[in-house]
Design a binder for this molecule. Structure first.
Ligand SMILES: CC(C)(COP(=O)(O)OP(=O)(O)OC[C@H]1O[C@@H](n2cnc3c(N)ncnc32)[C@H](O)[C@@H]1OP(=O)(O)O)[C@@H](O)C(=O)NCCC(=O)NCCS
Length: 261
């Protein structure tokens, strides 16, 4: 496997290609990042102008890839983020961009993983598969990342992100006690994974993240399933009726529209 082209397959058998972002992705990133959940949880903001996509792709992401190409990538010092675009499809020239996974270098072998995915592709195990591929790459001996610890931080309440981290083997470490991080991020849930840890669901305590353990759903959300029974009654445990997600991405929609309570 090539570090510039990681591959993964979702539990539904959908092939993913993870490759660096290019200038051709600017409009797509801008479009996907109009989603309020991405703005809120990934950027702590309520707007995402096109310039942010340009800066992200043209200034923020190339540095780490240049370091990889030059054989100079290291996690010993703090440094720019290594970011893969998450593309749905096997053939990278045809695969459509739906999100990103990045590793931010914190120094001393530590990296922080971050991810976001466009609304139209959620709930199908795409990020679980993509993030697991990046975690695997970060620990591979024959890849130049050689992370010793991968941290996950999320603003309190981001249950969807917590479920991804939980499913791929991150161990819950509690509320953030790192004063600098809290100042930067606000109060956060934190988790960590080390080389050799199984990349599979772990036991997380029911501390407000999971009402009754990791198998339970976050509040609201997917209790109507993703088959698109819009207008039907919600399943047990949810009230109201199911309404379709009206956010229809302009680029190909790989999955049928989901609905939620
Ligand atoms: C967090 C995010 C990337 C998850 O992407 P995704 O592809 O939908 O996640 P997955 O489908 O791989 O889900 C992984 C697990 O979490 C569960 N899950 C994720 N979101 C869920 C939701 N809203 N409701 C119920 N379960 C959910 C899935 O059921 C799955 O568990 P399973 O494998 O046992 O079935 C996506 O919701 C997102 O981009 N959110 C906005 C940005 C964000 O929060 N970024 C993270 C900042 S820390």
């Amino acid at each position: 496997m090539d570090i510039r082209h990681l591959t993964a397959t979702t539990r539904e058998g959908v092939a993913l290609s993870l490759t660096p972002l290019t200038q051709a992705d600017i409009d797509r990133v801008y479009e996907l990042c109009q989603d309020p959940d991405i703005q809120r949880w990934a950027f702590s903001s309520n707007h995402y102008p096109r310039e942010s996509a340009e800066t992200f792709i043209c200034e923020h992401t190339p540095d780490a890839w240049r370091a990889i190409d030059a054989g100079a990538f290291s996690t010993a010092e703090e440094g720019s983020e290594l970011v893969w675009g998450v593309r749905i499809g096997e053939n990278v020239d045809e695969a459509a961009l739906w999100g990103t996974v990045g590793l931010k270098r914190l120094g001393e072998g530590r990296v922080e993983i971050g991810w976001w995915l466009g609304a139209g592709a959620r709930g199908h195990g795409v990020m679980r598969a993509a993030a697991a591929a990046v975690v695997g790459a970060a620990f591979r001996e024959d890849f130049p990342i050689h992370a010793e610890e991968i941290f996950w931080y999320a603003y309190l309440g981001n249950k969807a992100s917590a479920l991804v981290a939980n499913r791929i083997g991150f161990q819950y470490t509690g509320y953030s006690v790192d004063v600098a991080r809290v100042a930067q991020l606000g109060p956060a849930w934190t988790a960590v994974i080390h080389p050799g840890d199984p990349v599979e669901p772990t036991d997380w305590p029911a501390v407000g993240i999971f009402a009754s353990g990791p198998g339970s759903e976050p509040d609201g959300g997917s209790c109507c399933g993703s088959s698109g029974d819009c207008g039907s009654s919600c399943s047990d445990g949810c009230s109201g009726s199911c309404s379709c997600d009206s956010a229809e991405p302009a680029v190909i929609q790989p999955f049928s529209r989901g609905c939620c309570c």
